[in-house]
Design a protein around this ligand. Sequence first.
Ligand SMILES: [Zn+2]
Length: 160
Amino acid sequence: MNHEQAIRIRERLLARLPAARDVLRGSLLDRTIRHRSGCPKCHRGEGHPVSVLAVGYPGGRVRQISLRKNQVAGVRRSLANYRKLKSAIEQICESFRRVVLILDGDDGGRKATARIAAQLAGKCSVGLVAVPNGSQPDQLNRAELAALLAGNFGQEEATR
Ligand SMILES: [Zn+2]
């Protein structure tokens, strides 16, 4: 792969990435809640349908979060974004040996960086760039970017 091909692949993959902060991992389940007593609806055997977001953690622990009706569409979208992000990340790893993460210098950016780094771990070499608080990478000029990136290349062998 030459340099121009690499840039084209990168642009194509980046265009498909959802906003990293609008991403949620887990499964959406349909459950029925039934009250033991005092509820006519449940007494008739109908129960109350609820949507539950189930999120698995290492060690087999699963956290279940009941969703309000007005949250379901957004959660569904964020779960779809997670799958998109995951497949894009896998393709990035197939095409590039080293990936440098440089996201917004705020809480959302740092959380997204941690999440993406965890996905990339073991698949390709990952570099992390700390963007100054309150800055966004696309607002930095060339010199500022170069300074941040210094030291993040040429270490493939050490980190793989
Ligand atoms: Zn009930």
